[in-house]
Ligand binder design. Structure first.
Ligand SMILES: [Zn+2]
Length: 390
């Protein structure tokens, strides 16, 4: 049982000074205070990343992934204000997927902290589109039709931790598979798809509730009226996840997506293991060399117009939208913190409110954007930049 702690900072929603009391991992009191604070830090819910492939050299899709890597990445992400995340395992051989899922779930079993940080696993593929464009960087060799027995085998290896699956409903048996996923408590997200508008509609009827990185993992050219992006955008049932790193979607398209679904948009990083590394050239397991340039863009070395994934954190994406004034700080923060959990559980479990879990951050705004000063996970200070400064 943890002792009572009090945090004083400006409420990210109102800019007013508040004190937040936590006990036993939960927020037990919030009150407005009249005293002047000696810092201009803000307090806000912890960030939640539903799609992350790795960070700082650690790769959830590398067969070299070690249990200790999974523990380490939790600490790295806590420094970035991410109190919960969904390691994303992408299309691979059945054996490789099984191995990676086993490593991640074992890491959760071995450490209470890791288990608390990993909300679940996101399986992206292999039941996606074969077609170039929609398939993105996923290996064609391992793309296949949905297979429930295989999924059950993987879910067993994951110790039940697969909570999100990205698939394309263009496969004949998609509807039946989606229904089974939903019944077993797995969120189905449409992505890497070349599905027809009817197939998208059927997937939604079967229970799909999310679109994976809408606008990416698509054909370069689409029919102007009937296409899978508009069909997903038009659905009130689907949440959109968006990679707002400044490179994956042009600002104007991002604005359209956000205006269409102001209450059902979520930011994801889709970060690769190159995120958090210094700029330079790196060897990639998706084939060839990749270049991380000084602006933070990750592209293929031999074709700089081709993105090689994202190399930025969820916090970077928040900063992008705020800096460009595309959305307000409060709305942007919500899309990266409470909206992801609302999409998964029907209602957010990480509100900055009494009775909710004490997963929150203190941050400051300066000319470089938002900087995390402290991260609180289950009521404990798990990262602090304050000590260094004092
Ligand atoms: Zn993807």
């Amino acid at each position: 049982m943890s002792k009572n702690k009090t945090f004083k900072a400006l409420d990210y929603r109102t800019n007013k000074p508040i004190s937040v009391d936590v006990e036993n991992g939960k927020i037990c009191a919030i009150s407005e205070i009249i005293e002047t604070l000696d810092t201009n830090y803000f307090v806000a819910p912890g960030l939640v990343d539903l799609q992350i492939n790795g960070f700082k050299g650690i790769d959830f899709n590398s067969l070299d992934l070690k249990i200790t890597d999974v523990h380490e990445i939790c600490n790295i992400l806590l420094e970035k204000g991410i109190t919960s995340f969904y390691p994303t395992v992408i299309t691979n051989s059945s054996e490789a997927i099984e191995l990676l899922l086993t490593t991640i779930s074992t890491a959760c079993n071995n450490s209470k902290k890791t288990d608390a940080c990993i909300g679940g696993i996101h399986l992206e593929g292999p039941f996606i589109s074969f077609q170039d464009g929609p398939r993105g960087a996923h290996s064609k060799d391992f793309v296949q039709a949905p297979d429930w027995n295989l999924f059950e085998k993987w879910q067993k290896a994951a110790n039940g931790k697969i909570k999100i699956i990205t698939l394309s409903p263009e496969w004949e048996n998609s509807t039946e598979f989606i229904e089974k996923c939903i019944k077993s408590g797995v969120i189905v997200s449409i992505g890497h798809t070349a599905a027809t508008t009817e197939q998208i509609q059927n997937a939604i009827k079967a229970g799909a509730t999310m679109s994976t990185h809408l606008g990416n993992g698509c054909h370069a050219m689409l029919p102007r009226h009937k296409n899978y992006i508009f069909e997903q955008l038009a659905s009130e049932k689907l949440w959109s996840t968006l990679i707002a790193d400044g490179f994956h979607l042009p600002d104007s398209l991002l604005k359209i997506f956000l205006k269409t679904k102001p209450n059902k948009s979520i930011l994801v990083s889709d970060a690769t293991s190159f995120a958090g590394l210094p700029s330079g050239t790196y060897k990639s397991h998706i084939g060839g060399n990749v270049e991380l340039n000084e602006d933070g863009k990750l592209c293929m070395q031999d074709n700089i117009d081709m993105l090689a994934g994202s190399a930025q954190s969820l916090l970077w994406c928040v900063n992008q939208l705020v800096k460009k004034q595309i959305t307000s700080l409060q709305d942007t923060w919500n899309m990266a913190s409470i909206k992801p959990t609302e999409a998964l559980f029907g209602t957010s479990n990480n509100f900055l409110e009494v009775g909710y879990k004490a997963d929150f951050v203190l941050f400051e705004k300066n000319i470089n954007g938002i900087q995390i000063k402290q991260t609180i996970k289950d009521g404990e200070i798990v990262f602090s930049d304050l000590i260094k400064n004092s």
